[in-house]
Design a protein. Sequence first.
Length: 265
Amino acid sequence: MALAMALAAPVAAAPTISLQQGDIHRGHLPAGAHDLTLDGKPVVTAADGSYLIGVGRDAGPAARLGWTRADGSSDGADITISPRQWRIQSLPTLPPRPVPNAEFEARRPAELQQIAAARATIADGPGWRGGFVRPTTGAITGVFGSQRILAGTPSAPHAGLDFGAATGTPVVAPAAGVVRLASGPFTLEGNLVMLDHGMGLVSAFLHLSRIDVHAGDIVKQGQRLGAVGGTGRATGPHLHWGTTWTDVRIDPARLLALQPMEPAR
Ligand SMILES: [Zn+2]
Protein backbone atom coordinates (compact mmCIF):
# COMPACT_ATOMS: atom_id res chain seq x y z
CA MET A 1 0.00 0.00 0.00
CA ALA A 2 2.73 2.42 0.97
CA LEU A 3 4.59 1.49 -2.20
CA ALA A 4 1.52 2.07 -4.37
CA MET A 5 1.01 5.49 -2.82
CA ALA A 6 4.63 6.41 -3.36
CA LEU A 7 4.38 5.39 -7.02
CA ALA A 8 1.20 7.41 -7.47
CA ALA A 9 2.63 10.55 -5.87
CA PRO A 10 3.17 13.41 -8.33
CA VAL A 11 6.67 14.78 -8.95
CA ALA A 12 7.41 17.07 -6.01
CA ALA A 13 7.14 20.76 -6.90
CA ALA A 14 10.25 22.84 -6.23
CA PRO A 15 9.89 24.53 -2.84
CA THR A 16 9.22 28.25 -2.69
CA ILE A 17 12.37 30.32 -2.21
CA SER A 18 11.98 32.94 0.54
CA LEU A 19 14.11 36.06 0.19
CA GLN A 20 14.04 39.59 1.49
CA GLN A 21 14.61 42.79 -0.47
CA GLY A 22 18.31 43.31 -1.26
CA ASP A 23 19.02 39.59 -0.87
CA ILE A 24 20.99 37.09 -2.88
CA HIS A 25 20.16 33.46 -3.45
CA ARG A 26 22.45 30.64 -4.58
CA GLY A 27 21.26 27.25 -5.73
CA HIS A 28 21.80 24.30 -8.03
CA LEU A 29 19.67 23.42 -11.02
CA PRO A 30 18.31 19.84 -11.04
CA ALA A 31 20.61 17.41 -12.87
CA GLY A 32 20.51 18.01 -16.62
CA ALA A 33 18.39 21.17 -16.35
CA HIS A 34 19.44 24.30 -18.27
CA ASP A 35 18.35 27.72 -19.54
CA LEU A 36 17.73 29.35 -16.16
CA THR A 37 15.62 32.52 -16.17
CA LEU A 38 14.59 35.04 -13.54
CA ASP A 39 11.22 36.61 -14.40
CA GLY A 40 11.83 35.49 -17.98
CA LYS A 41 15.32 36.99 -18.29
CA PRO A 42 18.24 34.59 -18.94
CA VAL A 43 20.61 33.94 -16.00
CA VAL A 44 24.14 32.63 -16.61
CA THR A 45 24.83 29.42 -14.66
CA ALA A 46 28.10 27.71 -13.76
CA ALA A 47 29.20 24.58 -15.62
CA ASP A 48 27.99 22.40 -12.71
CA GLY A 49 24.50 23.98 -12.79
CA SER A 50 25.06 26.21 -9.75
CA TYR A 51 23.75 29.75 -9.93
CA LEU A 52 23.44 33.06 -8.14
CA ILE A 53 20.67 35.66 -8.35
CA GLY A 54 20.04 38.91 -6.52
CA VAL A 55 16.93 40.99 -5.85
CA GLY A 56 17.00 44.75 -5.43
CA ARG A 57 15.94 47.08 -2.63
CA ASP A 58 12.51 47.70 -4.13
CA ALA A 59 11.92 44.21 -5.56
CA GLY A 60 8.91 42.10 -4.79
CA PRO A 61 6.60 40.81 -3.57
CA ALA A 62 7.20 37.81 -5.88
CA ALA A 63 9.47 36.58 -8.65
CA ARG A 64 9.83 33.38 -10.62
CA LEU A 65 12.82 31.22 -11.49
CA GLY A 66 12.35 29.08 -14.58
CA TRP A 67 14.41 26.40 -16.25
CA THR A 68 14.17 23.62 -18.81
CA ARG A 69 14.39 20.04 -17.55
CA ALA A 70 16.67 17.46 -19.16
CA ASP A 71 13.61 16.01 -20.97
CA GLY A 72 12.80 19.43 -22.48
CA SER A 73 9.82 20.25 -20.27
CA SER A 74 9.53 23.50 -18.34
CA ASP A 75 9.98 23.74 -14.58
CA GLY A 76 10.63 26.44 -12.04
CA ALA A 77 10.30 27.76 -8.52
CA ASP A 78 8.39 30.65 -7.02
CA ILE A 79 10.27 33.28 -5.05
CA THR A 80 8.66 35.35 -2.33
CA ILE A 81 10.42 38.64 -1.48
CA SER A 82 9.51 40.07 1.89
CA PRO A 83 9.60 43.83 2.31
CA ARG A 84 12.08 45.48 4.66
CA GLN A 85 11.77 48.63 6.71
CA TRP A 86 14.32 51.07 5.32
CA ARG A 87 15.83 53.83 7.42
CA ILE A 88 14.24 57.00 6.02
CA GLN A 89 15.29 60.43 7.23
CA SER A 90 13.31 63.52 6.31
CA LEU A 91 15.09 66.85 6.29
CA PRO A 92 12.90 69.94 5.85
CA THR A 93 15.51 71.94 3.97
CA LEU A 94 18.06 71.12 1.33
CA PRO A 95 21.60 70.98 2.67
CA PRO A 96 24.19 72.77 0.54
CA ARG A 97 25.19 70.42 -2.26
CA PRO A 98 28.21 70.72 -4.47
CA VAL A 99 27.21 72.42 -7.68
CA PRO A 100 28.09 70.19 -10.66
CA ASN A 101 31.00 71.84 -12.35
CA ALA A 102 32.44 71.65 -15.83
CA GLU A 103 35.27 69.33 -14.77
CA PHE A 104 32.83 66.84 -13.20
CA GLU A 105 30.57 66.91 -16.24
CA ALA A 106 33.56 66.31 -18.50
CA ARG A 107 35.02 63.42 -16.51
CA ARG A 108 31.90 61.58 -15.36
CA PRO A 109 30.82 59.74 -18.54
CA ALA A 110 34.22 58.02 -18.90
CA GLU A 111 34.21 57.09 -15.19
CA LEU A 112 30.74 55.54 -15.44
CA GLN A 113 31.89 53.61 -18.51
CA GLN A 114 34.87 52.16 -16.59
CA ILE A 115 32.62 51.18 -13.67
CA ALA A 116 30.07 49.53 -15.98
CA ALA A 117 32.87 47.64 -17.78
CA ALA A 118 34.14 46.32 -14.44
CA ARG A 119 30.69 44.77 -13.85
CA ALA A 120 30.20 43.40 -17.37
CA THR A 121 32.06 40.08 -17.11
CA ILE A 122 30.16 37.01 -15.92
CA ALA A 123 32.74 34.32 -15.17
CA ASP A 124 32.89 31.49 -12.66
CA GLY A 125 35.27 31.61 -9.71
CA PRO A 126 35.38 30.31 -6.16
CA GLY A 127 34.44 33.58 -4.39
CA TRP A 128 30.65 33.62 -4.86
CA ARG A 129 30.22 30.08 -3.53
CA GLY A 130 31.82 30.71 -0.15
CA GLY A 131 31.14 32.75 2.97
CA PHE A 132 32.03 36.45 3.18
CA VAL A 133 34.06 38.35 5.80
CA ARG A 134 34.00 42.04 6.68
CA PRO A 135 36.32 44.02 4.43
CA THR A 136 37.55 46.24 7.28
CA THR A 137 37.21 46.87 11.00
CA GLY A 138 35.11 49.61 12.54
CA ALA A 139 31.48 50.24 13.34
CA ILE A 140 28.83 50.18 10.63
CA THR A 141 27.92 53.83 10.14
CA GLY A 142 25.62 53.54 7.15
CA VAL A 143 23.30 50.74 6.07
CA PHE A 144 22.01 49.58 2.70
CA GLY A 145 18.72 51.05 1.53
CA SER A 146 18.61 54.07 3.82
CA GLN A 147 17.34 57.23 2.19
CA ARG A 148 17.03 60.92 2.85
CA ILE A 149 14.02 62.95 1.84
CA LEU A 150 15.35 66.45 1.27
CA ALA A 151 12.66 69.14 1.31
CA GLY A 152 10.18 66.54 0.05
CA THR A 153 12.43 65.14 -2.67
CA PRO A 154 13.76 61.59 -2.11
CA SER A 155 17.48 61.25 -2.77
CA ALA A 156 19.03 58.06 -4.14
CA PRO A 157 18.99 55.26 -1.53
CA HIS A 158 22.32 54.35 0.05
CA ALA A 159 23.57 51.42 -2.02
CA GLY A 160 26.14 49.88 0.32
CA LEU A 161 27.46 49.37 3.80
CA ASP A 162 29.64 52.07 5.43
CA PHE A 163 32.35 51.25 7.97
CA GLY A 164 33.74 54.07 10.08
CA ALA A 165 37.49 53.49 10.31
CA ALA A 166 40.58 55.68 10.40
CA THR A 167 42.53 56.52 7.25
CA GLY A 168 45.08 53.78 6.63
CA THR A 169 43.04 50.94 8.16
CA PRO A 170 43.52 47.88 5.91
CA VAL A 171 40.75 46.92 3.48
CA VAL A 172 40.69 43.21 2.61
CA ALA A 173 38.81 41.02 0.14
CA PRO A 174 35.54 39.77 1.72
CA ALA A 175 35.75 36.75 -0.62
CA ALA A 176 38.08 35.57 -3.37
CA GLY A 177 37.88 37.31 -6.71
CA VAL A 178 39.49 38.91 -9.73
CA VAL A 179 40.31 42.63 -9.55
CA ARG A 180 38.47 44.26 -12.46
CA LEU A 181 39.28 47.87 -11.62
CA ALA A 182 41.89 49.48 -9.33
CA SER A 183 42.12 53.14 -10.15
CA GLY A 184 41.40 56.69 -9.12
CA PRO A 185 40.65 59.10 -7.86
CA PHE A 186 37.17 59.06 -9.40
CA THR A 187 35.13 62.22 -8.81
CA LEU A 188 32.60 60.59 -6.45
CA GLU A 189 34.12 57.19 -5.56
CA GLY A 190 37.68 58.44 -5.01
CA ASN A 191 40.24 55.65 -5.23
CA LEU A 192 38.20 52.64 -6.24
CA VAL A 193 38.74 48.88 -6.31
CA MET A 194 36.17 46.57 -7.92
CA LEU A 195 36.45 42.86 -7.24
CA ASP A 196 34.61 40.20 -9.29
CA HIS A 197 33.53 37.25 -7.10
CA GLY A 198 32.07 35.39 -10.11
CA MET A 199 28.61 34.80 -11.60
CA GLY A 200 28.02 38.55 -11.87
CA LEU A 201 28.64 39.34 -8.17
CA VAL A 202 30.96 42.35 -7.86
CA SER A 203 32.17 44.26 -4.78
CA ALA A 204 33.18 47.93 -4.96
CA PHE A 205 35.39 49.58 -2.32
CA LEU A 206 35.19 53.37 -2.35
CA HIS A 207 37.13 56.36 -0.99
CA LEU A 208 40.40 54.41 -0.44
CA SER A 209 43.52 56.27 0.70
CA ARG A 210 45.71 53.76 -1.12
CA ILE A 211 45.33 50.84 -3.53
CA ASP A 212 47.52 47.73 -3.16
CA VAL A 213 46.25 45.64 -6.12
CA HIS A 214 46.10 45.93 -9.91
CA ALA A 215 43.39 45.13 -12.44
CA GLY A 216 43.69 41.43 -13.34
CA ASP A 217 45.06 40.35 -9.95
CA ILE A 218 43.49 37.19 -8.51
CA VAL A 219 43.02 37.64 -4.77
CA LYS A 220 42.10 35.31 -1.94
CA GLN A 221 39.61 36.00 0.83
CA GLY A 222 41.27 38.25 3.43
CA GLN A 223 43.98 39.48 1.06
CA ARG A 224 44.76 43.18 1.32
CA LEU A 225 43.25 45.44 -1.37
CA GLY A 226 44.12 48.88 -0.01
CA ALA A 227 43.36 51.15 2.91
CA VAL A 228 40.43 53.21 4.21
CA GLY A 229 40.40 56.86 3.20
CA GLY A 230 38.21 59.84 2.41
CA THR A 231 38.96 60.34 -1.30
CA GLY A 232 36.21 61.37 -3.72
CA ARG A 233 32.94 62.71 -2.34
CA ALA A 234 33.14 61.69 1.32
CA THR A 235 32.48 63.66 4.47
CA GLY A 236 35.28 61.85 6.31
CA PRO A 237 37.36 58.68 6.21
CA HIS A 238 35.23 55.55 5.88
CA LEU A 239 34.87 52.50 3.68
CA HIS A 240 31.79 52.25 1.48
CA TRP A 241 31.35 48.62 0.38
CA GLY A 242 28.81 48.24 -2.41
CA THR A 243 27.80 44.95 -4.01
CA THR A 244 25.96 44.27 -7.25
CA TRP A 245 24.66 41.22 -9.07
CA THR A 246 24.74 42.16 -12.78
CA ASP A 247 23.19 45.64 -12.53
CA VAL A 248 21.14 44.94 -9.37
CA ARG A 249 22.38 46.57 -6.16
CA ILE A 250 22.25 44.13 -3.27
CA ASP A 251 22.83 44.46 0.48
CA PRO A 252 26.41 43.50 1.51
CA ALA A 253 25.07 42.67 4.99
CA ARG A 254 23.19 39.75 3.40
CA LEU A 255 26.47 38.40 2.03
CA LEU A 256 28.00 38.47 5.51
CA ALA A 257 25.12 36.25 6.71
CA LEU A 258 25.77 33.52 4.11
CA GLN A 259 27.22 30.09 4.83
CA PRO A 260 29.41 28.49 2.15
CA MET A 261 27.31 26.70 -0.48
CA GLU A 262 26.92 22.94 -0.52
CA PRO A 263 28.64 21.45 -3.57
CA ALA A 264 26.40 20.53 -6.52
CA ARG A 265 25.06 16.98 -6.45
ZN1 LIG B 1 28.29 54.72 1.75
